[in-house]
Design a protein around this ligand. Structure first.
Ligand SMILES: NC(=O)c1ccc[n+]([C@@H]2O[C@H](COP(=O)([O-])OP(=O)(O)OC[C@H]3O[C@@H](n4cnc5c(N)ncnc54)[C@H](OP(=O)(O)O)[C@@H]3O)[C@@H](O)[C@H]2O)c1
Length: 415
């Protein structure tokens, strides 16, 4: 396929190869393997073909392999975000993106292996491709895509937070945008989260507090910034010694040490005498349980097990004062009906053109203005061979709030 803008591109565009190298997972609980002579994706309408230059590694990449979830078929190609150069375009829907441009892809559509990051060439939906401004160091953007999309959709859709739009964007109200879509354009399994999960009267107000547990995680670092722009106050729970300074710099109003959670709850109780109706847990079931109990305790709502059911609430709240907890990783084992549990409907990013476009455009502008503080990032050269060892290092916990980005060599520009 030819593209009229090809001649204007400053760098030579490679011809499109038929075969490429990919990183494959043949079975759960086995290491990834690098394999050559694999097919290059064939584009469908409305897609870009991108030569991958830098891959951001995410915890899901090792967790899904180790625990055997989110692996739709074998061999599986994983990888949730990458930056690369557009070498082919099948539509004219994105006049702002041309062959030769650098884009960030956030691969929420993990069922379509053509779009996964762990390969040399990948397909990207044109509507959600994030154009990388030439003013920034492009591989850095590979560290922030998944975290931004998760935090934006989590805060914006699950809680209905609104954000001041940078530059040309008006006020960003993702919940209103999502609700105004025809139901047929929102996947059925997220209808409840989009259309029913938060009543209008429950949406946060300026000055409300939000508790962010696991606040040093990269997703939380972005969530802190978005929450502050939306006018909330942020109570961050994390390792105070390791991350306190950084979290304050990002805007956290209060940072509490995570190592003794009973002590943490007591400290918050004595130092912060305001209601807290919103929380995010980024870590797991037990910490989500702590967050839920914490929210409930602020209103005097108790969580108790009954003989006959796991879920009991003794002091019902009116629907306008429900409490809201976003769980990124797992939900509390014992539920409290006064605390609504939210799971981020992240698939909106690739299933709904309007939302995908809006979130992608927002991130592109923020990268250009420099308003969004990116996570500390460890860059590593060596290409696809470094994926498996890189994931092992994330799993070991040594990165501690940083992202690891693997750079692939790009023979066309010598980098
Ligand atoms: N549902 C979704 O759509 C979605 C999307 C994105 C991510 N996720 C999930 O969200 C989680 C966070 O992702 P991420 O990429 O932001 O993670 P990340 O940056 O890799 O998180 C690492 C951080 O987590 C902190 N941490 C680990 N265990 C902790 C604990 N018990 N208490 C407090 N902090 C703890 C570590 O703190 P220390 O430095 O103190 O060890 C470290 O700073 C992952 O489980 C990921 O799979 C879900």
């Amino acid at each position: 396929m030819t593209n009229p803008v090809l001649a204007e591109s400053p760098l030579p565009i490679p011809s499109i190869p038929k075969l490429q190298t990919q990183v494959l997972l043949h079975k759960a609980r086995q290491p990834y393997e690098v394999e050559t002579a694999r097919k290059v994706p064939i584009l469908e309408s409305g897609e870009l073909l991108v030569q991958v230059q830098a891959i951001g590694l995410n915890p899901i990449d090792w967790k899904s392999a180790d625990y055997g979830f989110a692996l739709p078929a074998f061999p599986c190609i994983n990888g949730r975000e990458f930056v690369g150069r557009v070498i082919q375009q099948t539509s004219t829907q994105r006049p702002d993106i041309r062959v030769g441009d650098i884009v960030l892809s956030v691969c929420t559509d993990y069922r379509d292996f053509r779009k996964s990051a762990f390969q040399e060439y990948a397909a990207v939906n044109d509507f959600s491709a994030v154009r990388i401004p030439s003013s920034i160091h492009a591989p850095s953007a590979a560290a922030v895509g998944v975290a931004f999309v998760t935090a934006a959709i989590g805060l914006g859709v699950c809680l209905g937070l609104t954000f001041p739009g940078p530059e040309t964007l008006q006020l960003i109200d993702l919940l209103d945008v999502a609700k105004s879509q025809p139901k047929s354009e929102i996947p059925e399994d997220v209808h409840e989260e989009v259309f029913d999960a938060i009543p209008p009267s429950n949406r946060p107000h300026t000055g409300d507090w939000i508790l962010i547990y696991g606040a040093s995680s990269v997703t939380a670092q972005i969530a802190i910034q978005l929450a502050k722009w939306a006018g909330l106050k942020v109570l961050a729970v994390a390792s105070l010694q390791k991350h306190g300074d950084r979290l304050r710099l990002l805007g956290a109003d209060k940072v509490i040490d995570r190592h003794d959670l009973s002590k943490a709850a007591e400290q918050i109780r004595s130092e912060l005498r305001v209601p807290i109706r919103f929380a995010i847990d980024t870590v797991g079931s037990e910490t989500a349980q702590w967050c839920q109990n914490f929210l409930a305790s602020r209103t005097g709502v108790q969580v108790r097990r009954s003989f006959f059911q796991n879920v009991t609430n003794y002091l019902g709240l009116s629907s306008s004062s429900l409490l809201h907890l976003i769980c990124l990783t797992d939900t509390p084992k014992v539920k409290n009906t006064n605390v609504r549990i939210h799971k981020v409907p992240i698939k909106l990013f690739h299933t709904n053109r309007t939302i995908g476009r809006m979130v992608g455009q927002w991130l592109s502008i923020l990268l250009g203005t420099g308003d969004l503080q990116l996570p500390d990032t460890v860059f590593e050269d060596g290409g696809l061979d470094m994926v498996q060892p890189g994931l092992q290092r994330i799993k070991s916990g040594e990165l501690s709030g940083k992202r690891r980005v693997i750079r692939l060599s790009d023979p066309q520009n010598g980098s």
